[in-house]
Design a protein around this ligand. Structure first.
Ligand SMILES: Nc1ncnc2c1ncn2[C@@H]1O[C@H](COP(=O)(O)OP(=O)(O)O)[C@@H](O)[C@H]1O
Ligand SMILES: [Mg+2]
Length: 379
């Protein structure tokens, strides 16, 4: 006897050549229709069976390792499975090359390796994109780990990095270059962009959503993989990119993060044509379990598992409050590490929070954070 509904598509989770068996109600009462399609989409079997016959088929498929998928999702459109099976087949080769970036030229601009740094699954695609010379824009809240992801990949691959922050005093001159007088002579000084392009450095443009239009215009010209830079101010000199040159940007409130623009005063809207030239990855705060691992790696035996879990939970609660707009300040991993560091010295979470948290936020935020901490730790 058939106990539960047998309708649905049965696929093999491992053997992608096995195809899919689909069971639907037949037009005739008490009969079922069975269709078997191979990954090429051609139906090899298309037959009507009675319940007993279906029952023995179900047992056979179960023995062979087929599993059923929810009918309403799959019934009408078995090709959805074929798509995923085919994609898995063609994409699995990429896994092997995950960490095989060519080594950089080294030098003083290589960031220091952070031994506590945790490469999570979000690293994989970014690495492949760097290999393919794609422009990468990381969007996410303050302190989610956008800049450090690029820096730590650079540190691992011995690659020099320049950074330029757009939320500050960066001028077109700083970015592109300028003429100056030195020892009675007028000389040209390259800005960060031509410097990185000529010397094969990676350039991280932080907070690109604050960049002034003149800088964005220059930037757009070099967004194509082999895009050249025209130095108009220097008699139209053309700067071709070194093979190792890569361009990264970070932003808080772009694309999928636009809903949070009001939290980042002064951020500009990036137009679609600009965004389309980048691979845009949304970077969220690490899941609490990962963040607890980062704390354990950072502080070793000085911190128990339990303490790390509690601290990560406090950070997660503060971030929820930030997104709800109860808190006006973000709670970065950096802040969490710094607070932990100081409390391990003072033995007191509350006094350690003074210089590492409370003094950096408004009085209302400090009170709210104190409340969140007190929910987790009996101070
Ligand atoms: N995966 C990680 N492992 C360890 N530390 C991390 C990780 N991601 C972020 N951090 C830490 O979090 C802090 C904030 O990261 P950062 O890259 O400056 O954030 P953002 O650029 O998004 O503002 C840094 O101190 C960094 O070391
Ligand atoms: Mg940053």
């Amino acid at each position: 006897m058939l106990t539960e509904t047998p309708l649905g598509t049965y696929i093999h989770p491992v053997d992608s050549t096995a195809g899919a068996w689909t069971v639907t109600h037949a037009d005739r009462p008490h009969m079922y229709r069975i269709v078997h399609r191979l990954p090429d989409g051609v139906a090899r079997v298309d037959t009507l069976v009675d319940p007993d016959n279906l029952e023995s088929k179900l047992q056979k498929w179960a023995r062979e390792g087929f599993v059923r998928h929810v009918p309403e999702e799959t019934d009408a459109r078995p090709e959805r499975h074929r798509f995923m099976q085919a994609l898995k087949r063609v994409s699995k080769d990429t896994e092997a090359i995950a960490f095989s970036l060519p080594n950089g030229a080294g030098g003083p601009l290589v960031p220091a390796v952070d031994p506590a740094y945790l490469f999570t699954s979000r690293t994989h695609n970014v690495l492949l994109d760097i290999g393919e010379n794609r422009r990468i824009l990381l969007v996410g809240h303050t302190g989610t780990g956008k800049t450090s992801l690029i820096e730590q990949i650079a540190a691992q691959t011995n690659q020099g990095v320049l950074r330029s922050n757009m939320n500050g005093q960066t001028t077109v001159g700083d970015f592109v270059g300028f003429w100056t007088v030195k020892g009675g002579e007028t000389i040209w000084i390259d800005g960060v962009l031509p410097t990185a392009m000529r010397e094969g450095l990676w350039l991280i443009i932080d907070e690109v959503d604050f960049a002034e239009p003149a800088i964005l215009a220059v930037l757009t010209a070099v967004l194509e993989p082999n895009g050249r830079l025209l130095l108009k101010e220097k008699g139209n000199e053309i700067v071709a990119p070194h093979a190792s040159f890569r361009l990264f940007a970070t932003a808080n409130a772009v694309g999928a993060m636009s809903q949070y623009r009001h939290l980042y005063q002064g951020a500009n809207v990036m137009n679609e044509a600009f965004l389309d030239r980048w691979r845009v990855y949304q970077i969220d705060y690490m899941p609490p379990a990962d963040e607890a691992r980062v704390l354990m790696r950072r502080f070793g035996d000085r911190l128990t598992d339990d303490m790390a879990t509690t601290l990560a939970a406090i950070a997660a609660d503060c971030r929820e409050a930030f997104v709800r707009e109860d808190l006006s300040s973000a709670f970065s991993t950096r802040r969490l590490i710094d607070w932990t560091d100081l409390m391990l010295r003072t033995g007191d979470p509350e006094s350690a929070a003074g210089p590492t948290i409370y003094a950096k936020v408004t009085a209302e935020d400090a009170a709210l954070i104190r409340g969140i901490i007190a929910r987790h730790i009996a101070l």
